[in-house]
Ligand binder design. Structure first.
Ligand SMILES: [Zn+2]
Length: 79
């Protein structure tokens, strides 16, 4: 039986617990932890892009656009 390459656990179950067959060297915990970290990185990247755009275009306009997007998402775009 193979141990997790990160933490040494033997709980490696590719294809089970919602896992696909990638990262077969990782246990179930490290498999999902890695995906959570990737999601967090992409969220941080989105945040960085929004701030950058706001600085480029001026905060007031960016905030107005964000408010518009938020209203549209709520289905209330006539405000
Ligand atoms: Zn592990």
């Amino acid at each position: 039986m193979k141990a997790c390459e990160k933490c040494g656990s033997y709980a490696i179950n590719p294809g089970r617990h919602g896992r696909d067959n990638t990262d077969q060297g990782l246990c179930d915990v490290c498999f999902w932890r890695k995906r959570a970290a990737e999601k967090e990185r992409s969220l941080a990247e989105t945040q960085r892009q929004i701030i950058e755009a706001a600085e480029r275009r001026g905060y007031e306009r960016a905030i107005a656009e964000c408010a518009q997007v938020a209203r549209a998402a709520k289905g209330d775009d006539h405000a």
